[in-house]
Write a new protein. Structure first.
Length: 421
């Protein structure tokens, strides 16, 4: 007779406990503030994962939205210029994010730069113009990078060859390795992609440049013509026919599929390659960029940073995210794990081993000579012209006459800008 009463009591206790337990769980869930993040696919996903636990301890949850380049660019532009409020944090290349600094639609981050101990004198100098405008920090950098020569170690070992030392050898090696169904060397060549990054390496390593010291375009110089010819020769004879449409993701996918022996890409792509589930090739090797005729290999310096749109709905939480991302602790972890170089040379030197076969060491060494894209004209003016020209040359247009025509276009842009001033 006593058992039914005991059952009723126990059920009552469980019901009450369940109600309060459910309420406690709801309160625990509601204590998080969710920020919406926009970024590009790649190592940046791994970097954000590094800080999620720390952010959770501070009551911040990150809704991550990582896209390939075209989608990312469209969403970033819309979120910032149209002030949609869709994203609280946008991470991406500072060369692109810097285009929005003059819009008045980004939040100045001087307080966070100071909190993180970021000082202009401590960063790589080429980064500064892309993150600071009129003494205001609009982007906080967390990654600096250069191009490197990435190759399949198994194929090179099988052929008994080592990474090339100069650009001529690079072409010869690529021809040797180009045997159906494998192509010897490729890199993104889509005119809408920042193809000028890789072309800049050829241009500068051949002793050429975009502009003279007084801002006049010189992309039709003898050095530029020679650099463009070897650039096009490699793609025409050693890369898949579809390379003219390739963006970074296509190059990575082709390499992971085992159909590409080598590629020129950013050093931060290596941890992504090594951790990819799609990896269908052997060990990923990394080597310095081959030298040009000037006995130099000069890579463009790219940096990635984060901005907070003025329309962000969770600004305080977004600022906590920023402070965590660019803290000395996080930047040191990025370098220690070999995800890529940081914007701080001091940290890079501390974690880069002396062994120049390691990607971080190779990249840190190359950063000493790396150059920024010229600031004589807005990048969104001259980069599309050059990208289109490179694609025309790859399709068969004469190198010299095509560069001469492009140089005249740039000269007109310079003249118009000077008249406007």
């Amino acid at each position: 007779m006593r058992r039914p009463k005991l059952t009723i009591v126990l059920c009552g206790i469980l019901f009450v406990t369940g109600c309060f337990g459910s309420q406690d769980h709801e309160l625990h869930t509601n204590k998080f503030e969710t920020i919406h993040l926009l970024g590009t696919v790649g190592v940046h996903e791994m970097i954000v994962e590094l800080i999620e636990e720390k952010l959770a301890a501070d009551g911040i949850k990150v809704e991550k939205n990582f896209f390939y380049w075209d989608t990312y660019m469209a969403k970033a532009r819309q979120a910032i210029l149209n002030e949609t409020g869709e994203y609280d944090v946008i991470i991406g290349p500072n060369s692109v994010l810097s285009r929005f600094m003059r819009s008045g639609k980004l939040i100045a981050l001087n307080d966070l730069a100071e909190q993180a101990g970021l000082c202009p004198d401590d960063l790589y100098p080429p980064i500064l113009d892309s993150i600071i405008f009129q003494d205001k920090w609009y982007s906080l950098p967390y990654l600096a990078d250069v191009l490197v020569y990435i190759y399949r170690q198994d194929l090179f070992d099988r052929k008994g060859i080592t990474p090339p030392q100069n650009i001529t050898q690079m072409y010869q090696t690529a021809r040797l390795l180009t045997t159906d169904p494998i192509y010897g060397l490729a890199f993104p060549a889509n005119p809408d992609d920042p193809v000028t990054s890789i072309w800049s390496y050829f241009l500068w390593s051949y002793g050429g440049d975009y502009f003279t010291d007084d801002g006049q375009p010189i992309i039709d110089s003898a050095q530029s013509v020679a650099a463009t010819r070897i650039y096009s020769l490699i793609l025409a004879n050693c890369a898949p026919p579809a390379v003219a449409t390739w963006k970074t993701e296509e190059a990575v996918d082709y390499f992971l599929g085992g159909n590409l022996a080598a590629m020129i890409l950013w050093s931060s792509a290596i941890p992504v390659l090594n951790n990819s589930e799609k990896k269908g090739c052997g060990e990923v090797g990394c080597a310095p960029l081959p030298l040009g005729p000037t006995a130099n290999a000069i890579s463009p310096l790219a940096s990635w940073g984060m901005v907070i749109p003025r329309s962000a709905k969770h600004i305080i939480a977004a600022k906590k995210f920023a402070a965590t991302l660019v803290s000395n602790e996080t930047l040191s972890t990025i370098a220690e794990k070999g995800m890529g170089p940081t914007p701080l040379p001091k940290i890079n030197r501390e974690y880069a081993p002396d062994n120049l076969e390691k990607p971080l060491s190779i990249a840190v060494k190359a950063l000493e000579k790396a150059k920024a894209w010229p600031s004589h004209l807005e990048a969104n003016q001259y980069i599309p012209i050059i990208g289109s020209v490179l694609n025309d040359i790859l399709m068969g247009a004469d190198t010299k006459t095509t560069l001469e025509a492009a140089n005249k276009q740039l000269a007109l842009l310079v003249a118009r800008r000077n008249q406007g001033n």
